[in-house]
Ligand binder design. Structure first.
Ligand code: AQP
Length: 321
């Protein structure tokens, strides 16, 4: 089974991104990419995109993702090339039904065309590597369904070319909630100074302060109860994810919120400080990072090119080697 996962540089990486994604990027045969092309579907700042892309790639490496499995999407041309072929296999009707497009763009005059065709690029990301099971949740599941429909249609019209992906239920991963509003998930696209969002590269004293100020409730009873106590439940989930514990069990050890928050801060820093040290070490040698990303690029290109070529031939594009 091919493991493939992308992460969009739409804001600085958060603790949620690390616990839910980054630290699971461990398959030495996997493909893990900074999805920078996906970060251009709405108005963006080129300098910030370049800086975030570099920061993401370096953080992936610092998190222990195997060198050679990490690459930057725009370095591997096959993604954009196959996306175009898939645009020629998709219908305006089905793309207009995508929730993300309906919510973020439909009917607005300045909506980028790429927001509309984005699911074709995501389908290309998946189909290029023959990924058969794609674990995603939320709005993304509709895009995987589209990738599936497009693969089936392509195979029927032009001959068997793609593995038809299946939607896999995302493995249980902690959904880290915003510390200031624990009813919503912690998101990287929040404002850089949002107090409820822990960024992976924030200084330790800032992280500690944010956790100590996390929104809770007033009864001072530590109990895992998402509906009645979302703030405390979020802190227990974070503690459990950082210490490989059980959040319900952990709750029984605390009789005050202050005590719990101190332990959460210690546990989060025990996870993030080594990551920050490794990040700092890697950034002292930009040439070495370039070398690692070139390895990842070459391996991804080698793995994806045969399928792109097969698709080109199937669609009647002459001249492909
Ligand atoms: N709060 C979270 N808890 C656990 N996992 C999370 N992920 C995101 N937020 C949390 C996981 O991180 C990866 C990022 O995927 P993405 O770049 O496609 O963006 P996303 O899922 O939409 O995540 P964000 O951080 O909320 O980004 P924005 O704000 O840009 O939408 C995924 O594996 C996701 O599950």
């Amino acid at each position: 089974m091919t493991t493939l996962s992308g992460i969009t540089p739409s804001g600085r990486l958060t603790l949620g991104n690390h616990l839910g994604a980054l630290r699971r990027f461990t398959d030495p045969e996997g493909f893990y990419f900074v999805a920078n092309l996906h970060a251009m579907t709405t108005k963006h700042d080129p300098r910030r995109l370049a800086a975030l892309t570099r920061e993401f790639a370096t953080l992936m490496l610092a998190a222990g993702t195997a060198p050679g499995t990490v690459f930057v999407q725009s370095d591997v041309n096959t993604h954009a090339q196959l996306a175009y072929l898939l645009e020629c296999t998709s219908y305006v009707g089905e793309l207009s039904r995508m929730i993300q497009y309906k919510e973020k763009g439909k009917g607005r005059p300045m909506t980028r065309a790429s927001l509309f065709t984005y699911p074709c690029l995501m389908a290309a990301d998946i189909l290029l590597y023959g990924a058969d099971r794609v674990p995603v949740g939320g709005d993304q599941s509709q895009h995987v369904e589209l990738a599936r429909d497009v693969a089936i249609r392509f195979n029927r019209e032009y001959g068997e070319t793609f593995v038809v992906p299946r939607l896999a239920k995302a493995a249980y991963a902690t959904r880290v909630k915003d510390l200031a509003d624990p009813t919503k998930k912690m998101s990287k696209s929040e404002a850089d100074d949002a107090v409820g969002t822990i960024r992976l590269l924030d200084p330790p004293d800032v992280i500690r302060r944010q956790i100590m100020r996390a929104v809770t409730d007033s009864d001072n009873e530590v109990r895992h109860d998402e509906a009645a106590k979302p703030g405390i439940t979020n802190l227990l989930d974070i503690l459990a994810a950082c210490t490989d514990g059980d959040p319900v069990q952990l709750a029984t050890a605390y009789s005050s919120y202050g005590e719990l928050k101190r332990d959460v801060a210690d546990a989060v820093l025990a996870v993030l400080e080594p990551l920050q040290k490794e990040y700092a070490r890697l950034t002292t040698d930009p040439g070495a990072i370039n070398e690692l990303l070139a390895q990842g690029r070459d391996r991804a290109l080698e793995a994806s090119l045969p399928r792109l070529r097969a698709a080109e031939r199937a669609m009647g594009l002459a001249g492909s080697a």
